[in-house]
Design a protein around this ligand. Structure first.
Ligand SMILES: NC(=O)c1ccc[n+]([C@@H]2O[C@H](COP(=O)([O-])OP(=O)(O)OC[C@H]3O[C@@H](n4cnc5c(N)ncnc54)[C@H](OP(=O)(O)O)[C@@H]3O)[C@@H](O)[C@H]2O)c1
Length: 299
């Protein structure tokens, strides 16, 4: 009898496509679900099924989930635009996937959220992540919540933006650059998710996945400067100024910086030491320092 697939919502995204590649390389059948599921390609697609579905569509979600042996929701939205709101994607969409999992009696759901998810956060994005976690648990109590720290990897947003500002004559810091971050290698998170989706033992209810080292924002910026062999003064810029700038940029159709992103750099974003994490999965996570040459090649 054919082995039922592992279904990955958002399987074409930054994390999702690494997860799909990891599962396919391990010989697992995978169902990739996205609105544009043909956007990515893999080395061996023999066991890959592509399904076009919007998580706003109850019927399409139910069809995408049916017959799966595990479901992973790695759908994301970082900037709200017409028809695409944090509530629609991170709360109602996430709940819809969880409901479909329950109705289809799929035994395992891994739901991607983020470290720092907090219903009282000043950030609409962070609040929606917390409300999404609650909504998912409300629909499917055994769901496993996965909270990664900021992801890094080749073609990421984090290292790319740290590199981009080094082209300026002075490099502006968010505040004094004191915020502590624990960026996690996207491939480590993909590997951890694949283990949790495939193993027999039930996962813990919640994992926080941080990378191999914690950095203050300014130290991360310094590392990128050193790696790129550039010398620039680092200039502290108070957070209220960043919020004002982001509010203005927010009027553009594709803002390069949002207030939610400023909030993410205003508060420490590191894994709680007492939460299940990579050690439970037998993974020694990489640090930015180790991976910089690979992730940010000098051109
Ligand atoms: N990136 C980070 O630093 C970071 C940090 C912490 C947590 N996370 C979490 O990790 C997960 C993956 O993030 P990511 O950065 O890999 O996201 P991403 O690159 O933005 O990818 C998002 C994926 O979701 C799909 N998608 C978006 N809207 C959809 C909709 N309405 N219906 C169905 N599919 C939809 C996209 O494909 P289509 O556009 O074709 O639909 C794409 O496959 C998210 O839960 C995110 O919040 C990410």
């Amino acid at each position: 009898m054919d082995v039922p697939p592992i279904t990955v919502f958002g399987g074409s995204g930054f994390l999702g496509r690494r997860l799909v590649a990891t599962l396919l390389a391990a010989g697992e059948p995978v169902r990739l679900v996205a609105r544009h599921p043909d956007a990515v390609h893999f080395n061996d697609e023999t066991r890959l099924q592509r399904v076009s579905a919007d998580i706003a569509d109850e019927t399409a979600v139910a069809q995408a989930v049916a017959g799966s042996r595990a479901v992973i929701n790695a759908v994301s939205l970082y900037v709200e635009r017409a028809g695409q709101t944090f509530d629609a994607v991170h709360v109602r969409g996430a709940a819809r996937v969880a409901r479909a999992v329950r109705h289809a009696a799929v035994p395992r759901l891994l739901h991607l959220s983020g470290i720092g998810a907090d219903p009282a956060s000043p950030s609409a994005y962070v609040r929606a992540r917390a409300q999404g976690e609650q909504a998912v648990r409300g629909e499917f109590q055994p769901a496993t919540l996965i909270r990664p720290a900021a992801l890094f990897g080749a073609d990421d947003a984090l290292l790319a933006s740290l590199a981009m500002v080094t082209r300026l004559p002075v490099v502006p810091l968010f505040g004094r650059g004191d915020t502590r971050l624990q960026p996690v290698w996207v491939e480590d998170v993909a590997r951890g998710l694949a283990i949790l989706a495939c193993r027999k033992a039930a996962p813990a209810p919640l994992y926080e996945l941080g990378g191999g080292a914690v950095y203050r924002y300014r130290d991360l910026q310094r590392r990128v400067l050193t790696h790129l062999r550039r010398r620039r003064p680092l200039i502290p810029v108070p957070f209220p100024l960043w919020h004002g700038l982001a509010a203005g940029l927010g009027l553009l159709p594709s803002p390069p910086l949002t207030r939610d992103q400023v909030y993410l750099l205003q508060y420490d974003n590191i894994a709680a030491p007492d939460m299940p994490s990579f050690d439970e999965l037998g993974i020694l996570p990489r640090s930015v320092g180790e991976a910089l040459p690979e992730c940010l090649p000098i051109r």
